[in-house]
Design a protein around this ligand. Structure first.
Ligand SMILES: Nc1ncnc2c1ncn2[C@@H]1O[C@H](COP(=O)(O)OP(=O)(O)OP(=O)(O)O)[C@@H](O)[C@H]1O
Ligand SMILES: [Mg+2]
Length: 349
């Protein structure tokens, strides 16, 4: 995919900014706090239909203003789509080619962006939630049914937690919710296992391209129940065993919402043994890997790298740039950066 143009109105610190972007490398430069990450955020918003910074839509509206807009033209091969997102105090509206869309998943299907942000350096050392988000977002982009499965799971999980919080727990309702969770988990665990398997080869290739030959990366998916025969029976037993702690904590203490994965580099857990630079390079490789899993080249994501270069040494910078040049469209934000053949956008007050 290619984002051809972007206009921001009252979006964060941008009263009005408009850009015509190119294929290949787009470099967004400017001093600190000028609004570079805000541009990255607007681009990624179109893919996720929420901010990657985990804020509410209302915070995206420029302080003191009533409403905000993101307009973009995104192409998929020969197909151009005009996208328009409007925010105000009442909420958000999304239009594709002038027509309002009801389900946010409609927009998520039209725009695919992968992002690397500075906090991703902590992807392996940080909270499991960020790693699960990585899986959930990227599997959803690749396999449409996964998005619905995960939404259904979240809904049933909320219901089950409500049951556990009620003063007198209804055992019939609890069991019905448990059964439903297990039913959905069976598919989710299979999707996750398959995705991790699919990504491993690509992840190794990218890591080698970014760091040099010889690196070997393995992904260890820690499912709450091993996928395989009799999954449902084994899951049911596990839920039974967890019941006491569920009652005590008034929440569902096991399940796919507590799962995690770890990554080892040359046989050692990167979270425990990896250097800062290794964590950065492997996290970057992982974040880029979904790009190559999308078979249809026209649908491959737009790549956004926010402030990725600042901590890299010269050799790693050059390797990364060489690698990024193979991709259809890449955005890099930096206070300053020079790359031959790239398109430049200098952000000013
Ligand atoms: N809703 C908002 N209204 C007005 N200004 C905002 C809003 N949200 C954020 N800002 C401001 O936007 C400014 C620019 O933020 P941004 O993170 O995009 O900077 P940056 O160019 O990426 O800087 P750095 O190089 O330090 O990463 C910040 O000073 C912030 O206070
Ligand atoms: Mg920034």
């Amino acid at each position: 995919m290619v984002i051809k143009s972007l206009t921001l109105k009252n979006f964060r610190n941008h009263p009005y900014s408009t850009f015509e972007f190119s294929e290949g490398l787009n470099i967004i430069t400017g001093p600190n706090a000028i609004g570079k990450t805000n541009i990255a955020e607007a681009i990624y918003y179109l893919s996720l239909v929420r901010s990657f910074r985990g804020v509410d839509d209302i915070d995206l509206i420029q302080k003191g203003k009533e409403r905000s807009e993101i307009q973009a033209v995104v192409s998929e091969g020969e197909l151009n789509r005009k996208i328009h997102v409007l925010f105000d105090k009442q909420g958000r509206r999304v239009l594709i080619n002038g027509k309002p869309v009801q389900k946010i998943s409609e927009l998520a299907k039209c725009v695919n962006v992968v992002i690397f942000e500075p906090k991703d350096v902590m992807l392996f050392k940080g909270s499991p939630k960020d790693r699960r988000n990585f899986l959930d977002i990227n599997i959803s982009k690749k396999s449409i049914p996964y998005f619905d499965l995960k939404s259904r799971y979240d809904k049933v999980l909320r219901e089950r937690n409500e049951v556990l919080k009620s003063p007198k727990i209804d055992p019939v309702l609890l069991e019905a919710n448990t059964e439903m969770l297990i039913e959905i988990s069976d598919s989710i665990v299979n999707y996750r296992q398959l995705y991790v398997k699919d990504i491993t080869d690509i992840l190794n290739k990218i890591t080698r391209a970014l760091t040099g030959e010889g690196a070997k990366v393995e992904v260890h998916y820690k499912s709450f129940i091993e996928p395989g025969p009799n999954f449902k029976t084994r899951a049911k037993e596990a839920f039974k065993r967890a019941e006491e702690s569920d009652f005590k904590q008034k929440a569902t203490t096991i399940g796919i919402h507590r799962e995690d994965f770890s990554i080892s580099l040359n046989g050692r857990d990167i979270a425990l043994f990896g250097s800062q630079g290794e964590n950065r390079m492997v996290a970057l490789a992982l974040k880029l890997s979904p790009y190559f899993l999308i078979e249809d080249r026209d649908k491959r994501p737009i790549v956004v790298l926010d402030d990725v270069m600042s901590e890299l040494d010269k050799a790693h910078c050059q390797k990364l740039i060489k690698f990024l040049k193979k991709m259809k469209q890449v955005f890099i934000t930096a206070t300053s950066l020079e790359v031959e053949g790239a398109s430049y956008y200098q952000i000013k007050k």
